[in-house]
Design a binder for this molecule. Structure first.
Ligand code: ZN
Length: 143
């Protein structure tokens, strides 16, 4: 099974991600645009900062793309830092944390945790059924 965050992050960086949504978006942006920015609509490579933290806006067609777009963290209904915590522990954790335990630690509803945990597990299991674009963006994060 693929492992999330292949690049070994040190403990302080991990704690930083778990405690700051802004750091999570920064982290995703680093991975997503590591080869530079290309607008998914028009292919332009110039951008300016978008409205949300670490999003990028195409200077030509003005399309804004969140650093989470195309990743499992897109449209997450709860803080992305909490989603990172679950994702990290599901993929890399040494202990199998129940969704009840996630809910308790993160002050989320158990159902919310269950849904997200299932989403991650499915994503990892069903890499083959994803589109190329989804696959490559998830792979960048999960492998
Ligand atoms: Zn564009």
């Amino acid at each position: 099974m693929s492992v999330i965050f292949k690049t070994e992050l040190d403990e302080s960086r991990i704690q930083e991600l778990f405690s700051s949504d802004e750091k999570c978006y920064e982290f995703l942006a680093e991975i997503k645009w590591s080869d530079g920015f290309t607008c998914r609509k028009c292919g332009n490579t110039n951008f300016c900062p978008g409205k949300t933290p670490h999003s990028r806006r195409c200077t030509k067609c003005k399309t804004e793309e969140s650093s989470a777009a195309g990743t499992i963290f897109h449209n997450c209904k709860f803080p992305i830092s909490k989603a990172f915590y679950i994702a990290y522990n599901v993929c890399k954790g040494k202990e199998d944390i129940s969704t009840y335990e996630f809910a308790r630690r993160l002050s989320l509803r158990q159902m919310t945790c269950w849904n997200f945990k299932t989403k991650i597990q499915n994503a990892l299991e069903q890499m083959d059924s994803l589109t190329e674009r989804e696959k490559s963006s998830i792979q960048k994060i999960f492998t």
